[in-house]
Design a binder for this molecule. Structure first.
Ligand SMILES: Cc1cc2nc3c(=O)[nH]c(=O)nc-3n(C[C@H](O)[C@H](O)[C@H](O)COP(=O)(O)O)c2cc1C
Length: 190
């Protein structure tokens, strides 16, 4: 089992990254190795709706001059995909949505490449919008035939400046429990 945590924040070492690293630590303890991908270090353009992925059906996107394919291959190789985003004006960031739109469309053009992979989203904000952003990303998992475990709350947390989220005990515990449930699920599935 391999996990991939994708951080949709343009800020390195911020709150989203903190929560994703915490989830990866819990997975590691449960015997699942993982990797963090920072979209702050990648350039992924939005889907152009060209439809070429549906004609070619070769697991590729027509936009070839950015970092999409590298991350898309990591997603295909992972058994567990966790996505994280800060809330920007009530929504997930354009960075994470550009990736999810293209990955989802290419996957669906090729017979649902993410079918029955495990995972789920994590959202963080200074004050409000986490639930919507969590839901926004959750839609992607559910339409892509993926399996998302619950936790003691929705995977949402509070934090403004980088690292502030560490003070949100309940938010951090929720993400930890989510990761414990991923381990449990992975073990139950063998
Ligand atoms: C462009 C922008 C829009 C934001 N919009 C919201 C918002 O709608 N609600 C909120 O509570 N915080 C908002 N924030 C604050 C971030 O969600 C918050 O600082 C978060 O912890 C950043 O996560 P990061 O450290 O992973 O980048 C916004 C920040 C930026 C830069």
């Amino acid at each position: 089992m391999k996990a991939l945590a994708i951080c949709g924040s343009p800020r390195r070492e911020g709150n989203t990254e903190f929560l994703l690293k915490r989830a990866l630590q819990v997975l590691e303890k449960g015997g699942i190795s993982g990797e963090l991908v920072r979209l702050a270090e990648r350039r992924i353009e939005p889907c152009t709706a060209c439809g070429i992925c549906r004609e070619r059906k070769d697991r590729t996107c027509s936009i070839e001059h950015d970092d999409f394919h590298e991350v898309f291959e990591q997603m295909q190789a992972a058994d567990i995909i966790i996505t994280g985003s800060p809330v920007y004006f009530g929504s997930a960031t354009p960075q994470i949505m550009a990736l999810l739109d293209r990955a989802g469309y290419v996957s669906r053009a090729n017979g649902n490449l993410f079918s029955r992979k495990l995972g789920g989203p994590v959202a963080v904000a200074r004050r409000a919008g986490q639930n919507f952003t969590f839901g926004q990303m959750l839609y992607w998992y559910l339409i892509n035939d993926m399996v998302v475990p619950g936790s003691s709350y929705w995977n949402v947390a509070f934090g403004a400046g980088p690292g502030d989220v560490e003070q949100d005990d309940e938010g951090v515990r929720t993400v930890e429990r989510f990761a414990e449930n991923l381990v449990w699920l992975a073990q139950a599935l063998g």
